[in-house]
Design a protein around this ligand. Structure first.
Ligand code: UD1
Ligand code: UDP
Length: 356
């Protein structure tokens, strides 16, 4: 039987990490062609993941780069359409909720190519987030929706989407199970930074609602400066730019480093005392690894981690950040909300048996 051809659209850091968990499993069954939109392009935001996680080389690099939402998404749409007309795949696969996700799903949908959305059904109910717009639109034009949690299935049902919805678990859980041991063996980051296990907080900040607001970013920096802990901060280029533009000063307790590869990141996450973040993926990884997570957002898509007591929402509030860093010490047993670490495997039969 001829193998099905899948074109997968990637562009931003978390998508490379999700692809690392999926593409190696898919290669046994499908001809997968990777398309890199170029949304993230610095070596430490892109190449490092392909090199260390054995992700196949993209056949197409669209080199779209940064830009306003409309310009970036529109440019991707035009270029992805050209690729799809050449490749004529059986499916187009997209991950998550970035501008690369909506561009990929829209290009495919308009050419009547079935769309697979991995990490479907997430909602923050905050439509001001570009990610919320991207995920709602993508879900509504997808044909196979691979969903990480029951909550996400329920969200889709509430919007009238039930066809093609499959609860398979979270591919990032697959990834963390596979890479934690490899990270322990290979990553030298603790030695390089001369860090003792359990002696530091790991922090990341990149969410637009935080970086694009002087008030919110100022409060976050003030909270970190005042927390009396040593903080390791692999800094997203977006945030680096805004901290400089706003003239904010980071305290001596904060160690800014460039973004790190995934193996170093997993090593830092696993050995941090606590994690302070506004990242979606990192909230989940903290939960998988059993590290208390303090989330600098007003709401989260990953409500299970909060309900289970391992994640606390502190917004961009200086005092709440300081208090949580001092006092948030979860002890509850972590429940299994995110599947069994075999999400990629479960997708295979569902794709093979898909009937339009
Ligand atoms: C994007 C996603 C966000 C995701 C994040 C993961 C959208 C709307 N947002 O946000 O959902 O959580 O990726 O990290 O798709 N930049 C560089 N070098 C790079 C990449 C970006 O310098 O390699 C800088 C540029 O100044 C750029 C800015 O970062 O304008 C923002 O990049 P962009 O891809 O637009 O959004 P992210 O904040 O990365
Ligand atoms: N990550 C990484 N290096 C870093 C920061 C993050 O490898 O310096 C990984 C992190 O472990 C997680 C993913 O990137 O797997 C999350 O991406 P990000 O926070 O950029 O985006 P989000 O998940 O919020 O969309």
């Amino acid at each position: 039987m001829e193998r099905l051809k899948i074109v997968t659209i990637l562009g931003a850091r978390p998508q490379f990490i999700k692809a690392a968990a999926v593409s190696s499993t898919f290669s046994k069954y499908f001809d997968e062609i990777l398309v890199h939109t170029g949304q993230h392009y610095d070596a430490n935001m892109s190449d490092v993941f392909f090199e260390e996680l054995n992700i196949p080389n993209p056949k197409y690099h669209l080199n779209i780069g940064s830009g306003s939402h409309g310009a970036m998404t529109g440019a991707m749409l035009a270029e992805i359409e050209k690729v799809l007309e050449i490749e004529k795949p059986d499916f187009v696969l997209v991950y998550g909720d970035t501008n690369s996700t909506i561009a990929g799903s829209l290009a495919a949908s308009k050419l009547l190519i079935p769309v697979i959305h991995v990490e479907a059904g997430l909602r923050s109910f905050n439509k001001a987030m570009p990610e919320e717009q991207n995920r709602i639109l993508t879900d509504h034009i997808s044909d196979l929706l691979f969903v990480p949690t029951q909550t996400a299935v329920d969200h889709l049902k509430n919007e009238g989407i039930t066809k093609g919805v499959h609860l398979v678990g979270d591919v990032m859980y697959d990834g963390i199970l596979h890479f934690t041991k490899i990270a322990r063996e290979k990553s030298m980051i603790l030695d390089e930074l001369q860090l003792q296990e359990g002696s530091f907080l790991l922090c990341t900040i990149h969410r637009a609602e935080n970086t694009n607001s002087l008030e919110r970013l100022t409060a976050i920096v003030a909270g970190l400066n005042a927390c009396n802990e040593s903080v390791v901060l692999p800094l997203h280029p977006r945030t680096l730019k805004y901290i400089a533009d706003y003239g904010l000063k980071l305290g001596d307790n904060i160690r800014v480093i460039d973004p790190v590869g995934y193996l170093d990141m997993v090593r830092l996450e696993s050995t941090a005392k606590k994690i302070v973040t506004d990242s979606g993926g990192i909230q989940k990884e903290a939960f998988f690894l059993g590290i208390p997570c303090i989330t600098m957002r007003d709401e989260t898509e990953w409500v299970e981690t909060v309900d289970n007591g391992w994640n606390i929402l502190v917004g961009a509030n200086e005092q709440k950040i300081v208090d949580a860093i001092k006092n948030f010490n979860p002890t509850s047993e972590r429940l299994t909300y995110f599947g069994e670490g075999n999400a990629a495997e479960l997708m295979i039969d569902l794709i093979l048996n898909y009937k339009n």
